[in-house]
Design a protein around this ligand. Structure first.
Ligand code: C2G
Length: 130
């Protein structure tokens, strides 16, 4: 069985999130998703997510294309998460291109093109302006 792992915050869940999860799942037989904790998201983006980690996890774990979820507590633990999950492939959007190449020694690292014209940040800006 080919296992895929991916990571993300998935705040204000949108079509770009769904597309990457579906594409990741289609690359293998089992998809594991590491969901950034609120704390990790704050350290990456200097703001709290709109939706709590519990709510974000509840949404992701119900998706047909997702087989398993866990909380990603720190970027520095990524190697350990990949090893523990026994993933064959790490999939990330190409906004992270090159950033995780160091893990090519334990799995195949693949960057997929992002869905154009949508992001959590853009959604926040649109709603703010209404
Ligand atoms: N994504 C996408 N198309 C978009 C928006 C996002 O393909 N229009 C992808 C991102 O490239 C990422 C995933 O959806 O692979 C989740 O996006 P974010 O929630 O923004 O993830 P991020 O906070 O960047 O967390 O350890 C890595 C991080 O946890 C990734």
């Amino acid at each position: 069985m080919k296992k895929i792992i991916t990571f993300g915050t998935f705040d204000l869940f949108h079509i770009g999130h769904l597309q990457i999860l579906k594409r990741a799942r289609a690359m293998g037989d089992y998809l594991i998703v590491g969901i950034s904790t609120d704390k990790l998201n704050f350290s990456k983006k200097q703001r709290n997510p709109i939706c709590s980690e519990q709510n974000r996890m509840d949404i992701i774990k119900e998706l047909k294309c997702v087989d398993e979820v866990f909380y990603e507590d720190a970027l520095e633990l990524k190697r350990q998460y990949i090893i523990d999950s026994k993933a064959d492939v790490l999939v990330m959007g190409d906004d992270w291109a090159g950033k995780f190449d160091e893990f090519n020694d334990i799995c195949s690292v693949q960057y997929l093109s992002r869905t154009p014209s949508i992001s959590t940040t853009a959604l926040i800006e649109i709603v703010k302006d209404i």
